[in-house]
Design a protein around this ligand. Structure first.
Ligand code: URA
Length: 240
């Protein structure tokens, strides 16, 4: 793996932060100065400021994100982050983003490769939202959400939408554009008043109170890996 990924896995910095450490000459590989292009294998000895590092185990965490925390690893304004809520020995970071006022299912991991793939639109990860809106939604509004809505960054892909009540709906999308659900609902004349993600990539929040998290089962991690494997266009391609 690349040296910056190794350093991130060892929990010393994000990949970008690791690049800075490498450029500052603080990282050695087998006693030689590390470079941005250096690749590291299982038998290489990597040190930071002369101290040997061990890569950490891969960790996968599902958080029930409460409202009022930001989805970032570090907030320059000092607000509470999702990472602050996950007291895990391994440094995990969020996959994708939920707005500060959005609640629900959020995956965090230090598996940069899987995170990158899950966040890529090509893999079409299902995200299911429960949405409360202003005004009563009629069938025409739901049909527009299903067909695709014109936003300033292009038309949205077909989605699934169904009524949960007069002013609430369930919306399943697989794109991950910024503020996508809020913009879609605003575009059909029903601004969002509350947004909750009930499922991410098939993972639901059963048994998790807001603010609580759990480690994924290994079978769940396998499912996420399969998800990336059989999506059309995947670099790792279909089995066989
Ligand atoms: N869409 C939004 O508008 N906000 C979120 O937090 C997630 C999806």
């Amino acid at each position: 793996m690349r040296l910056n990924a190794y350093l991130a896995r060892a929990g010393v910095a994000s990949r970008r932060g690791a690049d800075e450490l490498i450029k500052a000459g603080r990282v050695t590989v087998n006693g030689e100065p590390g470079e941005l292009k250096t690749f590291v294998g299982a038998n290489d000895v990597v040190s930071l400021d002369g101290e040997r590092l061990q890569p950490q185990e891969l960790a996968y965490v599902l958080l029930h994100k409460p409202a009022g925390v930001v989805t970032t690893a570090r907030d320059p304004q000092g607000r509470r982050t999702v990472v602050d809520l996950v007291d895990h020995p391994v440094r995990v970071v969020p996959v994708g983003r939920l707005d500060a006022d959005t609640t629900g299912a959020l995956l965090l991991t230090n598996d940069g490769d899987l995170a990158h793939r899950l966040a890529h639109p090509r893999y079409e990860v299902d995200k299911v939202y429960e949405v409360e809106v202003e005004g009563e939604l009629d069938d025409a509004a739901l049909a527009r959400l299903r067909d695709g809505v014109d936003l300033d960054d292009g038309r949205t892909a077909p989605a699934q939408a169904r009524h949960l009540g007069p002013t609430t709906l369930e919306l399943a999308v697989h794109e991950g554009r910024k503020h996508q659900v809020k913009r879609m609902l605003a575009a059909v004349g029903h601004p969002v008043t509350r947004l909750h993600r009930s499922r991410y990539a098939g993972l639901d929040l059963e048994g998790l109170e807001p603010g609580a998290w759990r480690e994924l089962e290994s079978s769940e991690v396998e499912l996420l890996r399969d998800l990336r494997a059989w999506r059309p266009g995947s670099a790792s391609s279909a089995p066989g």
